[in-house]
Design a protein around this ligand. Structure first.
Ligand code: ADP
Length: 258
């Protein structure tokens, strides 16, 4: 757990740094944004060449602004407790499946690849207290990663379950039958800017997921086997059941590797 505390401290420091850089870049580019827009909108006498060049500048600066927005998102301040509300994880999981359908259904099929979705909601899953938008965004990131991990197609599973251990947790799992992670990747994947996807990756997806997990006092488990697939499990504390004290299944029996 000292290892975990260290890792958290490191993430926090990186997040803070990302946030600081984002802030500075934002300040630096704001006059560029302002004057480029103003020139394009109000200067009637611009030559065609000047106009084209300004449009190129505008597109480039818009991209920078979008990157900065993503960086800041990652270190978004803790929302006030008041915005927490009961969240139905089964309903949320269905929403995420619908929201991401184009990514795992249509697009892969165009590449001659099939990804099948299995929904396995646990009936009567207790609601968790949380920020629905943040959890939805995190699950969306997990699904995108799962799809990325299955370039040859495979099975995407979205599952909710209840785990009884030291605490009682309502869990959402996103599992894939994809490439899996080696030990180094598994250990580092939550770090901001860690990516194995080269140009295509930002390394911020899981860092954002981890931010959500931290803000919810939740937990994340990463079960992965190279060549077999990955299960990402996020567990939220829920109140103990009334029949607490009745014999419970040991946590290990519920845990299974991919
Ligand atoms: P990105 O997707 O931009 O690379 P992430 O933070 O979302 O950034 O993921 C970091 C890295 O973790 C990925 O580059 C990949 O190596 C690994 N990873 C994440 N999810 C999976 C998965 N489902 N299967 C295999 N590897 C994964």
């Amino acid at each position: 757990t000292q290892q975990a505390a260290l890792q958290q401290e490191r993430l926090r420091a990186l997040g803070q740094m990302a946030s600081g850089i984002a802030h500075d870049i934002n300040n630096a580019i704001s006059p560029v944004v302002l004057y480029t827009e103003s020139l394009l909108e109000t200067e009637a006498g611009l030559s065609a060449k000047a106009r084209t060049n300004l449009e190129v500048i505008k597109r480039a600066i818009d991209d920078v602004a979008a990157t900065v927005a993503r960086m800041r998102e990652f270190y978004r301040a803790r929302e006030p407790q008041a915005s927490q509300a009961p969240v139905d994880l089964n309903r949320l999981m269905q929403q995420v499946a619908d929201l991401t359908r184009a990514r795992w259904n249509d697009l892969p099929q165009q590449r001659g690849v099939t990804i099948r979705l299995a929904m396995e909601p646990l009936p009567d899953l207790p609601a968790v207290m949380g920020m629905e938008g943040e959890i939805r965004e995190a699950l969306t990131n997990l699904v995108f990663n799962a799809v990325d991990a299955m370039p040859e197609g495979g099975q995407l599973t979205m599952r909710t379950r209840l785990m009884e251990g030291a605490a009682r947790r309502a869990c959402v799992e996103v599992a894939d039958s994809g490439v899996g992670m080696d030990e180094d990747t598994r250990r580092r994947c939550l770090e901001p800017f860690f990516t194995t996807k080269g140009e295509r990756g930002t390394g911020l997806g899981l860092a954002m997921v981890y931010g959500m997990v931290e803000r919810h006092g939740a937990g994340i488990e990463i079960l992965s086997t190279p060549g077999k697939g990955t299960t990402m499990r996020v567990g939220f504390d829920v109140p103990a059941s009334p029949e607490q004290g009745a014999p419970q299944a040991p946590v290990l029996a519920l845990r299974r590797s991919v």
